[in-house]
Design a protein around this ligand. Structure first.
Ligand code: C2E
Ligand code: CA
Ligand code: CA
Length: 559
């Protein structure tokens, strides 16, 4: 144990320990005085034993404590102590003042050093628990504060609530505005929170772009108060060099439970809730046990999907697309179908978003494209007349170079004509990262792939983006088509979309046609193509072959 460790150990002791040390010092001085007196007076060697309580006082109480002990010790062994007890001869002034000066010198040296080391320890500790630029208490400090709350004996209920705020655009802004913006913005946000929160609620900087608020129940009402404060603070622009900038924040919260103990557990759960907020495009999400279960299930589903993909047990279904003018079967859309032996039918809307978050999505989409194109080529060889086959792709495919290369390879291997392979991409995926979409779709268009914007009308619908993309058709989302008969507003939307798309030279496809009445209405509006349960449900490849053969004019070309 070094002197530093020892001082740190002392520093951590309680007030009771200090009282005990005072008693020990007093006893030590009394004992030394008694020993000297019993041994015959201040000329004996035992006077040196007074150094012990003086040194202890200097170490534990620093310079002032050491000086007081030195003076007391010097006086006890000074004018109050004879040089020789038996003869009663007293000490010379020089004798005892010299000894007292020694005591003082030693006490000052040790006391000052102890104070210095203590100061250094305090500084180190502060640094360990604070961000060095923003000066905000950090993750470690949060851990300590949580531990204290959890250690405090209290009722079984949650002793506090924890909030986590993530500034999503901080990195992007600091790239543009320089590093100091990052610290300044976080500090400003923390100050805005601190200025509005009840006293006793603490704000921590747990990461460069993340703040946490610890609101203990003792610090006052929080159920409505803290969320209101967070909303106000995050929606107040940060002014940097005269420019007001808005931070994009997502936040989550959780009740601090005795059962969880470890601070990291809370932060992990809060992160899970942050993710959920992002996925659902919400500004806030509260953690619940259900979320944990849900995300664990998601991990399991992803594992099963990987196995299914490796075992090649995912099946493809095909749904016909018709030309509305003459009800001619023109093309098919490929839809992924997955039946897990234990879980039963797994809807794509449930597992595709999970695959999109993993590395699985690109190999999976490439395999679907390859298998779909293989079937399509066989149908053409058998003489069925189909213009194209469509496959759904995801936004995450576009940012992946392997994907473009894979598609190019498939197109070349099967010798596809331009337009025979169509890729459907949702409107949301196109606008999510327009620059990436423009680059990738241009590359795909260059190899003769037709691009279709799926679920059209559900995204931002700024429509300007259509100008920048090599898009061939738009598919009006089912939600507009399905209740067109009942809702006039939907009819207007569909009609104006058809009109606008035609002006842009695009083909319009209506999906989700479930009745003849809707089909008629779409024909009247000039919609080009349609797809839906009214015509045909998605079906497996062999069933589609029978289906095509049974339709007059759509059967094998040479039959
Ligand atoms: P989507 O591309 O908009 O596909 C149309 C969905 O609507 C399909 O559901 C289809 O079965 C269903 N549908 C078609 N006609 C009708 C109708 O008349 N009425 C009703 N109520 N529904 C109809 P499914 O197969 O459950 O697919 C859901 C979504 O999952 C698809 O929406 C697509 O976004 C995605 N998806 C499916 N397969 C794939 C795939 O291989 N890759 C990717 N990335 N996404 C896929
Ligand atoms: Ca689609
Ligand atoms: Ca769709």
């Amino acid at each position: 144990m070094t002197l530093k460790d020892f001082l740190e150990w002392i520093e951590n002791r309680s007030a009771r320990f200090r009282r005990v040390v005072v008693v020990v010092i007093a006893l030590g001085m009394g004992l030394a005085t008694l020993m000297v007196y019993q041994a015959g007076g201040s000329s004996v060697v035992y006077t040196h034993s007074m150094y012990v309580p003086v040194v202890i006082a200097a170490i534990v109480f620093g310079l002032p404590g050491g000086v007081i002990a030195a003076l007391l010790g010097g006086l006890l062994l000074g004018p109050l102590m004879p040089l020789d007890v038996a003869s009663g001869e007293s000490q010379s002034l020089l004798n005892w003042t010299f000894r007292l000066a020694y005591f003082l010198l030693l006490a000052m040296l040790i006391g000052e050093s102890a104070d210095l080391i203590r100061h250094y320890i305090k500084q180190m500790r502060w640094r360990l628990s604070h961000h060095d630029v923003t000066q905000l208490p950090n993750r470690q400090a949060l851990g300590q504060a949580l531990q204290q709350l959890l250690d405090a004996p209290g009722p079984g209920t949650s002793p506090a609530h924890l909030y986590l705020i993530d500034v999503s655009n901080l990195n992007e802004l600091s790239l543009k505005l320089g590093g100091e913006f990052e610290h300044m913005a976080i500090r400003t946000l923390a100050d805005a929170l601190l200025g509005r929160l009840a006293a006793g609620m603490q704000v921590f900087q747990v990461r460069t772009n993340r703040l946490a608020i610890l609101a203990s129940n003792e610090a006052g009402p929080r159920d409505e108060e803290v969320p209101r404060v967070i909303e106000q603070a995050v929606n107040t622009p940060v002014v940097f060099e005269g420019i007001p900038l808005l931070l994009h924040c997502v936040w989550s919260d959780i009740g601090v439970e005795q059962a969880d103990r470890h601070p990291d557990v809370f932060l992990r759960k809060l992160e899970l809730a942050l993710n959920e907020a992002r996925t659902r495009k919400l500004q806030h999400y509260q953690y619940s046990k259900g979320l944990e279960l849900y995300s664990r299930q998601n991990v399991e589903i992803l594992g099963l999907l990987k196995q299914a993909l490796d075992a090649d047990v995912l099946t493809l279904k095909f749904q016909p697309k018709y030309r509305l003018r003459d009800r001619r079967l023109l093309a098919v859309e490929t839809l992924l179908a997955w039946t897990d032996p234990e879980r039963g039918i797994m809807p794509p809307a449930e597992f595709i978003p999970l695959a999109e978050e993993s590395l699985l999505i690109t190999p999976m989409t490439l395999r679907i494209i390859d298998r779909a194109v293989a079937e399509f080529s066989r149908w053409l060889e058998a003489g069925h007349r189909l213009q194209s086959i469509a496959v759904n792709i995801s936004a995450s495919n576009l940012g992946n170079g392997d994907f473009i290369a894979g598609v190019r390879e498939t197109v070349a291997r099967y010798g596809l004509q331009p337009g025979q392979l169509e890729l459907e991409l949702t409107e949301g995926a196109v606008v999510a990262d327009l620059d990436v979409a423009v680059a990738a779709l241009n590359e795909l268009a260059a190899v003769g792939v037709a691009i279709s914007v799926d679920d059209f009308g559900t995204g931002f619908s700024s429509l300007q983006y259509l100008d920048r993309l090599p898009v061939h058709s738009v598919k009006i989302d089912q939600s507009f088509i399905r209740n067109m008969l009942q809702r006039e507003s939907n009819r207007h939307i569909v009609e104006s979309t058809i009109d606008l798309a035609h002006r842009l030279g695009l083909t319009v496809v209506a999906e989700g046609i479930e009745s003849e009445a809707i089909e008629k209405m779409l024909v009247a509006m000039g919609c080009d193509q349609g797809q839906g349960y009214f015509f045909a449900r998605p079906m497996c490849g062999s069933r589609l072959v029978e289906f095509m053969a049974a339709r007059s004019g759509t059967g094998p070309a040479n039959s």
